[in-house]
Design a protein around this ligand. Structure first.
Ligand code: E4P
Length: 220
């Protein structure tokens, strides 16, 4: 399963990359704003900076919501770097644009997906990735992980190559549940990925090993 980090924070992207487990980056306009990156030129430069750090796919989200504008904005984003994936919202014009980008060999990530039917449409349009938002569904008392399971079943039934990118992942259990189901990718904050490292028995076990080694060294 691929690990993407869901942030526009360059330090966190570097940290995940240096850990050796980073397969890509997802961003969205809110994550850019959170880092104080505003205005077209700054956002474009920020995408370039992210592409310099990771050697995986980098999702860059269009702001446009009509077909012609999504196509124009997406083409410009795709030209920035070979690893840019054009992130397109799940709306009618977005699906049409994904179909167009697919025909041109441009990678896409269909975002803001909250149902299996939406994921099916994205797959039919040829999206490279489809992003069901697990955490935001959980937030409204709907089982986000169940959606990943449903989409996995549907895609496997028909052999769709669209990758399931479980988004809005909030904590390590989401990551484990996605891995058990067979999600192709998860994207979440560094905190959720780093939390996978943690187990109290690892900490106490390591402390014991080091203490016993030291005892032996003191005797020698
Ligand atoms: C998806 O690509 C989005 O950027 C993201 O995962 C949304 O997560 P949130 O619900 O934690 O904002």
């Amino acid at each position: 399963m691929k690990f993407f980090i869901d942030t526009a924070n360059l330090a966190q992207i570097k940290e995940a990359h240096e850990m050796g487990v980073l397969d890509g980056v997802t961003t969205n306009p809110s994550l850019m704003a959170k880092e104080g990156i505003t205005g077209h030129d700054n956002i474009i430069n920020h995408y370039k900076a992210i592409c310099e750090i990771t050697d995986g796919d980098v999702s860059a989200e269009v702001i446009a919501t009509t077909y012609d504008e999504i196509v124009a904005e997406g083409l410009a984003l795709a030209k920035l770097h070979e690893r840019i994936v054009v992130k397109v919202p799940m709306i009618k014009d977005g699906i049409k644009a994904i179909k167009y980008f697919t025909s041109k060999g441009i990678k896409t990530n269909c975002t803001l997906v909250f149902s299996a039917g939406q994921a099916l449409l994205a797959a039919k349009a040829g999206a490279t990735y489809v992003s069901p938002f697990v955490g935001r569904l959980d937030d409204v008392s709907t089982d986000g992980i169940q959606l990943i399971e449903d989409i996995r079943l549907i895609f496997d039934n028909y052999g769709y190559e669209t990758q399931i990118l479980a988004a809005s992942v909030r904590h390590p259990m989401h990551i484990i549940q996605c891995a058990k189901i067979g999600s192709d990718v998860i994207t979440g904050p560094l905190s959720a990925i780093a939390a996978l490292l943690k187990h109290p028995l690892t900490d106490t076990g390591l402390a014991q090993f080091l203490a016993d080694y030291q005892k032996g060294a003191n005797k020698a």
